[in-house]
Ligand binder design. Structure first.
Ligand code: SF4
Length: 470
C-alpha cells in the first residue's frame, strides 16, 4: 500500500477508497445539466462488479484517485443514460462511425448521445453471454462479431434506455454491423440511415490525416451529415445553427487534444507513467465524451496531471527493472484482461490502433463544421484501403519506437478478412518486427491458456530480439 504506483485489485481499492477525501468524491459528479447539483458516480471497481461486470474482479488498477475516477466515469455511463432519459432528455444511439456524428449530436442541448458499438466489450466485462443470446434469438448468430451484443441490448434495454433515435452509418461499413443495424430497425427502433463514403484519391487530401479524396465525395458526405443534423433537429425539437455546430467542433477539439497529448506522454515514455488498461479507457472518451461533455474534461485533466507528475518524478507502474518491452496493439481487445497480462509478462502498450485513431486528430475550425467533420470521416482507417491502414500503423510504430506488434482479432469480424495479413506483412517487411496475431476467445473467469502461451512465446521473441540488438 505504501508504493504509490503499485497496481491495486478491486478489493484493495475498496479499502483505499475510505481514505479519499470527501471533497474529491463529491466533486465527481455528472449530469449537472440535467439534474440540479448533478449525481455522484465515484464507486469502486468492486462496486461496479457487484452490478454485473465480473471481469473487474480479475483486473488490477492504477492506484491514483484520478484513475479510480476514470473507471467510475466509464462504468457509470449506463446510469447516466437512464437518469438523463428519466429527467426528460433525449437519448441518441450512434452506430458505426466512431467519433464523427457525436460532434453533430453534442451541438444540441437536451440530449445524451452514446456509441452503441461499445456494447461489443460488454459480454467480456460481464462474463455473461446474455446479450449475445438475446441477439441470437433475433437472428444475429455466431457468424457475426461481438457487435451483435448491440442488438441484444436493444432488446433487453438493460444497458441503455430505448433510444429516441438511432443514427446508423452504412455504405463503407462492415457486413456485421450492417446486418445488426437492420435488425435493430426491425425491432421498431427509429433509425436514420446515412451513407459513409470510402475515400478515393481525387486531388484533395485531409488536412491532418493526409488521406487522399475527391472533392465530389466530400460534397456528398457533407450532404449526408446535413441529413443527420436534420434528423437530430426533428427528434430533439431544436433547430441547429452553424454557431452551435462550431461550438461542438471546438469542444471536441479540446477533448481530442487532451487525449492526443496523454497518448504521447504515456506511449512515448520508456517507463510509461500509466498502465495500458487506463489508457484503453481514456482513448475511448475521445469519441463521444462518454456521454458527459462537462465531466469528461476534469476526468482527463486529472489523469494527465498524474502522468505528468510521475513523469517528472520518475515514477511508473513499470519501474523495477529494465524498461518494459514496447508493444504496439492493433484492434481493441474484446477481453480487457489481455492488456494487464501483457504487462505482467514484462511488456507495455506503446501505441494503439483501436479503430479510433481518427478521433485523436484535430477538426478544422477555419471551415464550416460539416466540412470539418466530413474530412475527418475520410481519416477513419477502417474506411481506407487495408494498405493505407497498414502504412499508417507502420508510421505509428516508428513514432512510438515499438519493438513488437500484437493484433488481437475479433471473432467473426468481417471488417476486412485481409487486413490482418496485410498489416502483419508490412510490419515485418518494413520494420522487421515480431508480430503476433490471434483471435480473442470468449473465456469467462480466466484468461484462455492458449492465448496466454502465445503471448508468452511472443514476448520471449521480442525480449531476445532486444538482447541481440544490445
Ligand atoms: S466487423 Fe469489425 S468493424 Fe465491423 S462491427 Fe465487427 S469489429 Fe467492428
Amino acid at each position: 500500500m505504501n508504493d504509490p504506483v503499485r497496481k491495486l485489485t478491486a478489493l484493495e481499492w475498496e479499502k483505499r477508497k475510505l481514505f479519499l477525501s470527501e471533497g474529491f468524491s463529491s466533486s465527481c459528479r455528472s449530469l449537472r445539466g440535467f439534474i440540479p447539483g448533478g449525481v455522484e458516480y465515484l464507486f469502486t471497481p468492486w462496486e461496479y462488479s457487484c452490478r454485473g461486470d465480473l471481469l473487474l474482479r480479475r483486473l488490477r488498477f492504477d492506484s491514483s484517485p484520478e484513475a479510480l475516477r476514470l473507471w467510475a466515469f466509464l462504468f457509470s455511463e449506463k446510469d447516466r443514460l437512464f437518469l438523463a432519459k428519466n429527467s426528460g432528455a433525449k437519448v441518441i444511439a450512434l452506430m458505426k462511425d466512431l467519433g464523427q456524428t457525436a460532434v453533430l449530436a453534442y451541438a444540441f442541448p437536451g440530449q445524451l448521445s452514446f456509441y452503441a458499438d461499445e456494447l461489443w466489450w460488454a459480454p467480456c466485462f460481464a462474463e455473461s453471454t446474455h446479450l449475445l443470446d438475446a441477439a441470437s434469438d433475433l437472428g444475429a448468430t455466431e457468424e457475426l462479431c461481438y457487435v451483435r451484443a448491440v442488438l441484444g441490448a436493444m432488446k433487453t434495454l438493460d444497458y441503455f434506455p430505448r433510444p429516441d433515435l438511432c443514427v446508423a452509418g452504412v455504405g463503407a461499413c462492415c457486413d456485421d454491423f450492417s446486418a445488426v443495424m437492420q435488425l435493430v430497425e426491425g425491432l421498431g427502433m427509429p433509425v436514420h440511415w446515412w451513407e459513409m463514403t470510402a475515400p478515393v484519391p481525387g486531388g484533395c487530401e485531409t488536412p491532418y490525416g493526409g488521406v487522399p479524396f475527391a472533392a465530389k465525395d466530400l460534397a456528398f458526405l457533407r450532404g449526408q451529415l446535413a441529413g443527420v443534423v436534420t434528423a437530430l433537429e426533428e427528434t430533439i425539437g431544436v433547430r441547429c445553427t452553424g454557431e452551435m455546430l462550431a461550438k461542438s467542433v471546438s469542444m471536441f477539439n479540446r477533448l481530442r487534444t487532451m487525449v492526443r497529448n496523454l497518448r504521447e506522454l504515456v506511449y512515448g515514455a520508456d517507463y510509461p507513467p500509466l498502465p495500458g488498461l487506463e489508457m484503453y479507457l481514456a482513448e475511448f472518451i475521445a469519441i463521444h465524451t462518454c456521454s458527459e461533455p462537462d465531466e469528461c474534461f476534469p476526468v482527463l485533466a486529472g489523469l494527465t496531471r498524474v502522468a505528468e507528475e510521475r513523469h517528472m518524478l520518475g515514477l511508473s507502474p513499470f519501474k523495477g527493472g529494465e524498461p518494459p518491452l514496447r508493444i504496439y496493439w492493433v484492434y481493441p481487445p474484446t477481453d480487457a484482461s489481455l492488456i494487464p497480462l501483457l504487462e505482467d509478462m514484462g511488456g507495455c502498450v506503446a501505441g494503439t490502433d483501436y479503430f479510433i485513431n481518427h478521433a485523436f486528430l484535430p477538426l478544422r475550425e477555419d471551415t464550416d463544421p460539416l466540412t470539418a467533420v466530413a474530412e475527418n470521416c475520410f481519416d477513419d482507417r477502417l474506411l481506407c484501403s487495408p494498405g493505407m491502414r497498414a502504412d499508417a500503423i507502420v508510421r505509428d510504430i516508428r513514432h512510438f519506437r515499438a519493438e513488437g506488434v500484437l493484433l488481437s482479432g475479433i471473432f467473426g469480424a468481417s471488417h476486412c478478412p485481409w487486413d490482418d495479413r496485410i498489416i502483419s506483412e508490412k510490419v515485418r517487411e518494413e520494420l522487421g518486427l515480431p508480430v503476433l496475431s490471434f483471435d480473442v476467445p470468449y473465456s469467462p473467469g480466466r484468461v484462455s491458456e492458449q492465448v496466454r502461451s502465445r503471448i508468452e512465446a511472443f514476448m520471449d521473441i521480442v525480449r531476445q530480439r532486444r538482447e541481440r540488438k544490445r
